[in-house]
Design a protein around this ligand. Structure first.
Ligand code: NAD
Ligand code: UDP
Ligand code: UDP
Length: 317
């Protein structure tokens, strides 16, 4: 394709776990990709294999600061995503979701770009309705330890819909449920990376609480196809749309599965449950299936095997 015909896509948070997979996919699809990241939780290693590609560019920048570039599409993924990281500097977390979204929406407005927000199942908080449909308004503690993330993301959704109504922006809002896969940060405290790293290094597997809380885990490749399908959906489809895998599992079952897949002899130990930790979570993905013809295809066991292989390589075990 001639270079001047290529569409330019901005991926904020492009050096993170999901962002790096998205950059890779967009390059494969023939886009020019601008990855903007402040490297707060992202790593150069996540995108090092793309650096030789002349259609790929990395820019160190914090999206809380205005950004003037010319692009056709924006995927706004910048935000620390794991509790350890987003609670380290909670004010900065809220700023990234709120000021960062305002800047990216202002940019989209100026250049008339389509813009997708990486929202989260955390907008549902500790849900009272189960499974969660997009019509559920959520159950969030506005002053709790998770609020900087949850309320920041909720406010970002408000901003997206107000820019849509007030300025006619083309917006897309994805509510992402727990996603796992290669390039998860080994120390970010998320359950899949924790259990795998613990199992591979022979450390105790730390279950928080009684381990009967549930989550539903989506493999990263499936999620990225969902992002692209959402961005390519008709203009009148804004979302919000749940993207996740509806197969629900308890943390105890997850620990057992990872122990068996790694052949590890690590012991399971029980630790205190963090405050405001949701008891159950499972997406209703009817909307994604109906409007995007999307559903996840990779079974948990298969995705875990690929993730374990990645961590084996990373940890050199
Ligand atoms: P990640 O921490 O690996 O990636 C986030 C990236 O954003 C990092 O590269 C980080 O350096 C960058 N970043 C943070 N603040 C920034 C700022 N102010 N300016 C520029 N860059 C900044 O996390 P991830 O799992 O890849 O998550 C990506 C997005 O998806 C996040 O918005 C997250 O809230 C959302 N999400 C992820 C999950 C999941 O399970 N992984 C679930 C729900 C929502
Ligand atoms: N902005 C940006 N890049 C642009 C255009 C705008 O970062 O290309 C920022 C700008 O600094 C502003 C924010 O986006 O603070 C919101 O822009 P908008 O045009 O909606 O509002 P205003 O400029 O009127 O505050
Ligand atoms: N969890 C756990 N052990 C760990 C890390 C997490 O039992 O070492 C639990 C955590 O309390 C939560 C679930 O696993 O109930 C998912 O945690 P994660 O941080 O991955 O995601 P989130 O809570 O944001 O869904």
């Amino acid at each position: 394709m001639s270079d001047y015909l290529r569409q330019r896509v901005l991926v904020t948070g492009g050096a993170g776990f999901l962002g790096s997979h998205l950059c890779e996919k967009l390059l494969q699809m023939g886009y020019d990709v601008l990855c903007v990241d402040n490297f707060y939780t992202g790593r150069r290693d996540n995108v090092i294999h793309l650096m030789d590609n002349r259609h790929f560019e990395v820019m160190r920048h914090d999206i809380c600061i205005p950004l003037y570039v010319e692009v056709d599409q924006i995927y706004n993924l910048a935000c620390p995503a794991s509790p350890i990281h987003y609670q380290f500097d909670p004010v900065q977390t809220t700023k990234t979701s709120v000021h960062g979204s305002i800047n990216m929406l202002g940019l989209a407005k100026r250049v008339k770009a389509k813009i997708m927000q990486a929202s989260t199942s955390e907008v549902y908080g500790d849900p009272i309705e189960h499974p969660q449909t997009e019509d559920y308004w959520g159950h969030v503690n506005p002053i709790g330890l998770r609020a900087c993330y949850d309320e920041g993301k909720r406010c970002a959704e408000t901003l997206f819909f107000d820019y849509y109504r007030q300025h006619g922006l083309q917006i897309k809002v994805a509510r992402i449920f727990n996603t796992y896969g290669p390039r998860m940060h080994p120390n970010d405290g998320r359950v899949v990376s924790n259990f795998i790293v613990q199992a591979l290094s022979g450390e105790d597997i730390t279950i928080y609480g009684d381990g009967l809380q549930t989550r539903s885990f989506c493999y990263v490749d499936d999620l990225i196809l969902g992002f692209v399908a959402l961005m390519q959906s008709p203009d009148d489809f804004t979302g919000p749309v749940n993207l996740g895998n509806p197969t629900e599992i308890t943390m105890r079952e997850l620990a057992e599965l990872i122990l068996s897949l790694t052949g590890s002899s690590s012991r399971i130990v029980y630790k205190a449950l963090p405050a405001d930790d949701p008891i159950q979570r499972r997406p209703d993905i009817t909307r994604a299936n109906t409007f995007l013809s999307w559903k996840p295809e990779v079974p948990l066991e298969e995705g875990l095997k690929k993730t374990i292989a990645y961590f084996k390589h990373l940890l050199n075990v």
